[in-house]
Design a protein around this ligand. Structure first.
Ligand code: G3I
Length: 300
């Protein structure tokens, strides 16, 4: 196959990208995105500050622009994200306790109702763990340790058709404390019947040429708990070809690794633009890393 999406589809996986609504008028950008990818994540437009800027007043205009652009081209969409310590609207940042807990529930219900039946998956909870493997301190965590499972139970009822994911970064190295913290939570959720379908490993790699220790073991270990795994926000310092090929191969080697999403189209679109971390250069040309990923997908 000659595109990332078609190549991934040969093994029933997807290859996605993050899209920014503000760039949909850039034809170089949309041409690449519409050609290469078959799963789309809104980079910022479905986050809490975007979707509920005032309490009780939802705004889906930018999120819908991305959803419409994608689905008009037959591309699927992942929702990102519902409950997160960052990018909360100001009114939510100032809440605490039962008031914040109710606001979280209302937010999940409001956003998921709008997209009910339309999205492949939701990142229900994002980045809730600290590097040492304990829960990250946040206003949400302060509402009680059960806030994550409440978010997932709320989400399942709000849209039973969406796959419900926990999403985080620095959970790629199997021996890292944070990976183990997330793993133990997922194992606990599965054992107690808390509804969760998938774990998103953001996969923001920062240097070197080899993968974080036992990356594939991390994927297969999560999968063995009975959840799908996905690489949800991939970018790699200087787009190391060996790291890009390796992360792709690791996903291909794990049957429940269902897809890979890169966090932007061209280097110039990236939140890490100074590190040239993506598969297309600022001019929209395919980089060596693109070829390494495509070849790995085609060899599967
Ligand atoms: O929209 C405003 C614009 O009106 C204003 O003029 C401008 C001035 O700074 O800011 C714009 O907002 C920025 C927004 O991106 C849209 O460009 C924010 O300042 C900026 O903080 C925000 O950054 C985003 C970041 O999440 C915020 O947390 C990045 O684009 C986005 O790539 C990044 O994505 C996160 C994932 O959601 C979760 N995992 C980590 C990943 C990278 O940080």
């Amino acid at each position: 196959a000659t595109t990332l999406g078609a190549a991934a589809n040969q093994s029933n996986r997807y290859f996605g990208t993050a899209i920014a609504a503000g760039r949909l008028g850039d034809s170089t950008y949309t041409t690449i995105a519409g050609r290469e990818f078959n799963m789309i994540t809104a980079e910022n437009e479905m986050k809490p500050d975007a979707t509920q800027p005032q309490r009780g007043q939802f705004n889906f205009s930018s999120g819908d622009r991305i959803y419409d652009w994608a689905t008009q081209r037959g591309l699927k969409v992942r929702g990102h994200t519902l409950a997160w310590h960052a990018q909360q609207p100001g009114w939510m940042q100032s809440l605490s306790g039962s008031n914040l807990r109710q606001a979280m529930i209302d937010h999940i219900n409001g956003v998921m109702a709008h997209y009910r039946g339309k999205l492949a998956a939701w990142d229900v909870v994002n980045e809730a763990f600290a590097e040492n493997g304990s829960r990250r301190s946040s206003n949400l965590q302060s509402t009680g340790n059960d806030w994550i499972e409440v978010a997932f139970r709320t989400a399942r009822t709000a849209d039973p058709s969406a796959k419900l994911c926990y999403n985080d970064y620095n959970i790629e190295n199997w021996t890292y404390a944070k990976t183990q913290g997330v793993y133990n939570m997922i194992r606990d959720f599965k054992s107690r019947g808390v509804p969760i379908d998938c774990v998103g490993l953001q996969t923001h790699f920062t240097g070197g040429s080899s993968l974080p220790g036992n990356f594939q073991t991390t994927l297969s270990s999560f999968a063995a708990l009975g959840v799908d795994v996905a690489l949800t926000e991939v970018d790699v310092t200087n787009a190391s070809t060996s790291q890009y090929a390796g992360l792709t191969q690791a996903c291909l080697n794990v049957p429940r690794c269902i897809g890979i999403t890169v966090w932007g189209v061209r280097d110039s679109d990236s939140w890490r633009s100074g590190e040239s971390p993506l598969l297309f250069d600022g001019g929209g040309n395919k980089k060596a890393a693109y070829t390494s990923v495509l070849n790995a997908l085609n060899a599967a």
